[in-house]
Ligand binder design. Sequence first.
Ligand SMILES: Cc1cc2nc3c(=O)[nH]c(=O)nc-3n(C[C@H](O)[C@H](O)[C@H](O)COP(=O)(O)OP(=O)(O)OC[C@H]3O[C@@H](n4cnc5c(N)ncnc54)[C@H](O)[C@@H]3O)c2cc1C
Length: 341
Amino acid sequence: MISHKEPRQIEQLIKKQEKLANHCSYAIGGTAEYFASPHCVTELVELLRYCKQQRLEYTLFGIGSNVLFSDRPSTNMMYISLKELLQFDVKDGEWFVSAGMPMSMLALAGELIQSQSFQFTHLLPGSFGAGIYMNAKYYHGQIGDVISRVYYLDAAEPDLEIKCIPVEECKYGYKQSVFQEKPWIILGADIPVEGHRLLSETEIESILEKYMLMKDNKSNLMQFYAFFSGEMKRLTQPDTPAFIQEIEQYRTKNKHFVHHSCGSYFKNNYDIGQSIGALVDHLQLKGTTYGGAMISSHHGNMLINVKDATAEHILQLQTIVSEAIYKEYGFIPEPEVAIIK
Ligand SMILES: Cc1cc2nc3c(=O)[nH]c(=O)nc-3n(C[C@H](O)[C@H](O)[C@H](O)COP(=O)(O)OP(=O)(O)OC[C@H]3O[C@@H](n4cnc5c(N)ncnc54)[C@H](O)[C@@H]3O)c2cc1C
């Protein structure tokens, strides 16, 4: 059992006047009136009850690598990040991993048990909970393929009891899941690891302790890269697996961790037969700027914050791309990023 924490009082939990720009990879977002990052499920449940009593709305996110916060956040909103919900339980043949755990931690744990199944999560920004929600993927690997059951709270039910759903019922598809249709808050999932050696709790705990020292920098892409690339090298050099090396090369070549971004801005439309990045390339839009934002010159589906961009600047670029794609290809691309008011 790792990182089981005593619940704090609600007054200690809620931060007032918190800059949302510090909690997302875009480094964009105004000041939130109410912000909280619960350490355990008890704290999360208390927060949800508090919001109900105080008639506050709430919005929930993880590490913030796929969100665009408003420049003027709603004053009646509690912004809840689950990035401190960090638990990694090792059982024989199975792990339980909590929602706030960075997905890239799975790649490190996989190397420790000599399994290739989690290599695709190496340098995949974001939390495991959001990965379960979005069915995060890289190349042939996707989160829906490595879990067996998901634990969640149904926010629509007053008792807020922990429930469980088997992966077969999660309706996984390309960037799709049942969680996008329901008011469910993902707490974590079981991961089968039968046939592999038992993960050393001491080793994964020591990595997790170092990760926790990143404190408020967990959403910063440069820090994320430095930590996980460094840990992977430490665990695997000089025999770093070929796929891990390919991921490092691809992501560094495309400058994924140089600028603030949310990764791919739009979902691909596979009916068209080409990625959004390729369409933007054909339309010669790469490098287009608006205020402090730019369509990456390395990847047409990345709208990046080059210098002090606001949400408004990013949304203007979204419109430029959407209108150009509609004019040429007859469809409006669907944003993958969650646009939060
Ligand atoms: C440089 C870069 C590269 C990327 N590359 C990839 C890639 O290769 N493949 C890929 O799939 N994605 C990629 N992404 C996107 C991102 O990594 C994933 O979408 C990831 O799942 C986001 O995790 P997060 O914790 O940051 O989510 P957040 O941005 O914090 O949240 C996104 C949304 O998920 C939902 N959510 C989050 N946590 C929960 C929860 N516990 N329960 C219910 N709903 C929840 C919320 O609705 C929230 O609005 C990339 C992003 C960046 C910045």
